[in-house]
Design a protein around this ligand. Structure first.
Ligand code: SF4
Length: 663
């Protein structure tokens, strides 16, 4: 046992179970408490650390809902650290969905936890695509479709100076980054002449030497899918804690699917021309011909409107002709003999041809699975509005559960999935069905905040019906009353831009508070203004339903305009509903409602972020009262007393005359 990990009972280290050692690490006078400024021992944190440690020791799957403020990051890192501290040959990983949380773990929690067990080799494992591929840059930069000469020069200076090749060092990620980024799909590996200088491989080596890795869900799933051998930085046998676990299904849908833009082949074609610049060269003509067929295929599947549509069925002559032209092109590049002499860029035509063949083959595989979707998958096209990209083609599994056996199946290493919102109505049933989890220990930790005292609900006395033609006017009237009562200080969550704009038009100029509207700036800039101007009102949609962390008075009123039901027009959502129906389920009850409940819980969770916070949640969508499913929504939210009028809202927020207010 490391001397810094002591049990309160004085039991010697080896005799102590992992759970006791993890608790000892997090005890009030334990090694973390003695060194971490502001550390407070929390019962929920200890309970979670013990449960994680037991799962690491005994195996299986653990699902933990750990509410905001429970300190779950420190809990699982402590358990992982004690698990690894005496098993130097073992590895484990903590995975998150967002870079913000990864950075917080690596900067704040991990160093303290590592010191507490006497030093643990740790690393942040990022995706290869975060690093520059020197071979692509040196050999193919001139062929980049979107680069300007000035960009070329500035970027070249960065390439000469950087030690890490990590895109994080750049002030902004250029639109053409994807074309020079390292990619496991086309990396030449040992055949690459720049292998010894390769940034991605150096980072991978550092990760291979580490015992405890922090990574992201995308990479974790990619490793589980393709690369998790014993020598990989993240072996398949390594136990893993998946934080922000409510994002896992969506990220798995991306990882186990394929995607490409309509511009991808055109950009690649430009670089392929670098191999055969003369228009008389038959290869040059072959590339031109392939791009022409590509144009016809893209025109045949382009959506007419603004919504994603299923990939239209193409005539077999067109789709087979297209794939055949691309395969022939790849084969013909491979058959030609390329020069192995390096030019001034340090690369040879042979290497450039090799990497371009891999890129082309990757594209062919993706487009094949999109145009001819396998059973159990769905393909669709989404309109896009980026430079040169007008649509994105995608394919994904309809049910993701079957793909996640490496995490949740029989024989998988210990897997712990946690988040502040994982359960619906106190049950993990929906999550388990979605992720294909058969058997798991389950833990729902008690809320850290005193919602009975800190929070109130307000629902309009006459329920508003979102289907009513005057709903938008009614929302605007309610909102004006509420915002006067709260003196601004409000985040108003919408489910569509259209409705947001319509309501913004109706309330603008009628209140003495700054009105911030989501499309007026970047998320960071808007949140900064919202925090600083305490009485401002922020109208927002999608990404503001989660991840917004505003402590204090600036967020005193949270308004939910409509229940966040997914609109079942997306081809993948439709395919999922169809699959549920064919299993004899009512897709609305088994998919739509639980998903909306999770999203509502995320949204409502924006309000109380600290024990000093207090505020009101106003739900304007009357369906929580008038529909049978409405009760499921309210039961899934933290219990707190209701308010009846705008005056009561004002009184509660001002701390006058309302029982339970802490102000
Ligand atoms: S080893 Fe792979 S990623 Fe690294 S420079 Fe070579 S081709 Fe690019």
């Amino acid at each position: 046992m490391h001397p810094s990990v002591q049990s309160s009972s004085g039991v010697s280290g080896d005799a102590m179970r992992l759970a006791d050692r993890a608790s000892a690490l997090l005890a009030p006078e334990g090694p973390i408490g003695r060194t971490m400024p502001g550390f407070e021992a929390r019962p929920a944190q200890l309970q979670m650390a013990r449960a994680v440690a037991e799962t690491l020791e005994e195996g299986g799957v653990l699902l933990v809902e750990a509410p905001t403020g429970s300190g779950k990051g420190l809990a699982y890192l402590a358990a992982l650290a004690v698990y690894l501290s005496r098993r130097h040959e073992f590895k484990a990983a903590a995975s998150t969905a967002t870079i913000t949380l990864q950075e917080q773990l690596v900067r704040k929690d991990l160093p303290v936890v590592s010191d507490a067990v006497g030093g643990l080799p740790t690393a942040l494992l990022k995706g290869m695509g975060r690093y520059l591929c020197l071979l692509k840059w040196r050999g193919l930069a001139q062929g980049l479709a979107l680069i300007t000469p000035a960009d070329l020069e500035t970027f070249d200076r960065w390439v000469a100076a950087t030690k890490s090749g990590d895109q994080n060092e750049l002030p902004g990620v250029p639109s053409w980054w994807g074309e020079v980024a390292a990619d496991h799909g086309d990396c030449l590996g040992p055949a690459c002449s720049l292998q010894l200088q390769c940034f991605a491989l150096q980072a991978k080596e550092a990760a291979r030497r580490a015992q405890l890795l922090v990574t992201n869900h995308h990479l974790l799933l990619l490793h589980r899918r393709f690369a998790g051998s014993a020598t990989s930085p993240l072996p398949n046998a390594a136990p893993v804690v998946i934080d922000e676990g409510h994002h896992l299904a969506d990220i798995a849908t991306e990882v186990y699917g394929e995607s490409c833009s309509d511009f991808a082949l055109v950009a690649l074609g430009q670089r392929l021309h670098g191999l055969a610049p003369s228009s008389k060269d038959p290869l040059h003509q072959q590339i031109e011909a392939a791009i022409a067929v590509h144009g016809s295929v893209m025109n045949a599947i382009r959506p007419k409107g603004f919504e994603p549509i299923p990939v239209p069925t193409l005539g077999s002559a067109l789709s087979e002709g297209y794939l055949e032209a691309l395969r022939r092109l790849s084969g013909d590049i491979g058959k030609r003999t390329w020069d192995v002499i390096r030019d001034r860029s340090g690369t040879s035509a042979n290497e450039r041809a090799a990497i371009l063949i891999r890129m082309l083959d990757g594209y062919i595989a993706a487009i094949h699975s999109i145009l001819a979707p396998a059973t159990g998958t769905a393909s669709w096209v989404e309109p896009a509005h980026q430079r040169n990209v007008t649509m994105v083609l995608r394919n994904a599994p309809i049910e993701i559960g079957g793909s996640l056996d490496g995490l949740f199946g029989e024989g998988a290493p210990p897997t712990i999935l946690c988040s502040a919102t994982l359960a619906t109505g106190g049950s993990f049933a929906h999550l388990k069905a979605k992720l294909g989890v058969q058997k798991a220990r389950e833990l729902i930790l008690r809320p850290v905040f005193d919602y009975q005292a800190q929070m109130r609900y307000y629902l309009p006395r006459t329920p508003l019906d979102p289907k009513h033609k005057e709903f938008t006017d009614q929302v605007a009237t309610e909102l004006l009353g509420l915002l006067r009562a709260s003196e601004g200080r409000a985040l108003v969550l919408f489910t569509s831009y259209e409705q947001l704009r319509a309501v913004a038009e109706r309330v603008r100029g009628k209140l003495p508070y700054a009105l911030l509207v989501q499309d007026q700036g970047s998320t960071t800039a808007l949140l900064q203004r919202f925090r600083e101007d305490v009485h401002s009102v922020l109208l927002a949609t999608a990404r503001f339903w989660e991840g917004v962390d505003i402590v204090g008075e600036a967020l005193s009123l949270l308004v939910v305009v409509r229940l966040p039901f997914e609109v079942p027009t997306h081809p993948l959502a439709r395919a999922r509903f169809e699959a549920a129906r064919s299993r004899g389920e009512n897709a609305f009850q088994t998919i739509v409602v639980p998903e909306a409940i999770m999203k509502l819980r995320q949204g409502v969770g924006r309000l109380i972020r600290a024990t000093s916070d207090h505020g009101v949640v106003a739900i304007l969508d009357g369906r929580v009262l008038t529909r049978s499913y409405g009760r499921r929504f309210m039961q899934a939210l933290p219990a707190a007393p209701p308010l009846q009028t705008h005056d009561e809202v004002a009184a509660f927020l001002n701390g006058t005359g309302v029982v339970g207010s802490r102000r």
